[in-house]
Design a protein. Structure first.
Length: 221
C-alpha cells in the first residue's frame, strides 16, 4: 500500500513512517522539515500543508495519516486545522484506492485544556473528521481520529525536562506514564489497516488523564 503521512520528520510521524516501512509498505512523507527517515521505499516532500497548491501529486494513496501540527505557534489553526483539511481534500477526492483516513487530534479537543488556538484547532479537526467520515462511508473508507494525552516527543520537552513539573504531571496521571511514539504507531496501524468497521470516532488515549483526573500542567510564563 501507499501510505501518506504529514509531519513525517519528527516524533510521532517518524515512528509511524518507520512502522509502515517495516511492514513492507511505501511511505510518502510531507513536512516543512527535511527527511529524517532513510529507506528505499520512503519518499519525502518538503512542503507547507497550509499551501494547498504546493501539495504534490501522489499516486494511489491507500492510507492517509494527518499528523502535522504545531503547538503555541503563531498559526496553530492554520497548521493544525486548515493544513489537515487541505491535505485531506486533495488526497481523498476521486481516489479509488483510499481505504483509511486517520487524524491526530488531541485530548485538548475534549478537555479544553492547554492553549486557546491549539484547543480550537484540534476541536475543529474532530468536527471536520466526522464530516469527512460521512462523505467517505459509502465508499467503504474508514475515517477516525486519535486524541492523545501526553506523548514523549520533543514537543513536550518544556515539561519532560523539568523535574518539578514532571512530578506534578505524574501526580495527576492515573497510570503514571505517558505514551511513547511507538505506542502511538501501534494504534495508527491498527486503526488504519486492521479496523474496517469503525468510522467517525475520536478515540481518547491519555492514560486516564481526562476521565480519571483533569489537571493541566505547563511552565508559567
Amino acid at each position: 500500500m501507499n501510505i501518506l503521512i504529514t509531519g513525517a520528520s519528527g516524533g510521532i510521524g517518524k515512528e509511524v513512517a518507520k512502522r509502515f516501512l517495516e511492514s513492507g509498505h511505501t511511505v510518502y512523507g510531507l513536512d516543512i522539515a527535511p527527511p529524517s527517515v532513510e529507506h528505499s521505499a520512503y519518499h519525502h516532500f518538503t512542503v507547507d500543508v497550509k499551501d494547498r497548491d504546493a501539495l504534490p501529486d501522489i499516486p494511489e494513496v491507500s492510507v492517509l495519516f494527518l499528523n502535522a501540527g504545531t503547538q503555541l505557534s503563531e498559526d496553530d489553526i492554520g497548521n493544525n486545522l486548515v493544513g489537515s483539511m487541505n491535505v485531506a481534500e486533495k488526497y481523498t477526492r476521486d481516489n479509488p484506492t483510499l481505504t483509511s483516513v486517520l487524524f491526530n487530534a488531541s485530548a485538548s479537543a475534549i478537555s479544553g485544556q492547554e492553549f486557546p488556538e491549539y484547543v480550537a484547532s484540534k476541536a475543529g479537526l474532530v468536527g471536520y473528521m466526522k464530516h469527512l467520515a460521512i462523505r467517505l462511508a459509502p465508499l467503504g473508507v474508514t475515517c477516525n481520529a486519535i486524541s492523545l494525552g501526553g506523548v514523549t516527543t520533543p514537543l513536550n520537552d518544556p515539561v519532560m525536562n523539568d523535574p518539578v513539573l514532571w512530578d506534578r504531571i505524574m501526580d495527576v496521571t492515573p497510570m503514571k506514564k505517558w505514551m511513547t511514539p511507538k505506542e502511538v504507531a501501534d494504534w495508527v496501524v491498527f486503526l488504519t489497516l486492521t479496523n474496517r468497521s469503525m468510522s467517525g470516532q475520536n478515540l481518547l488515549i491519555d492514560n486516564g488523564e481526562h476521565d480519571l483526573n483533569m489537571t493541566f500542567v505547563w511552565p508559567e510564563e
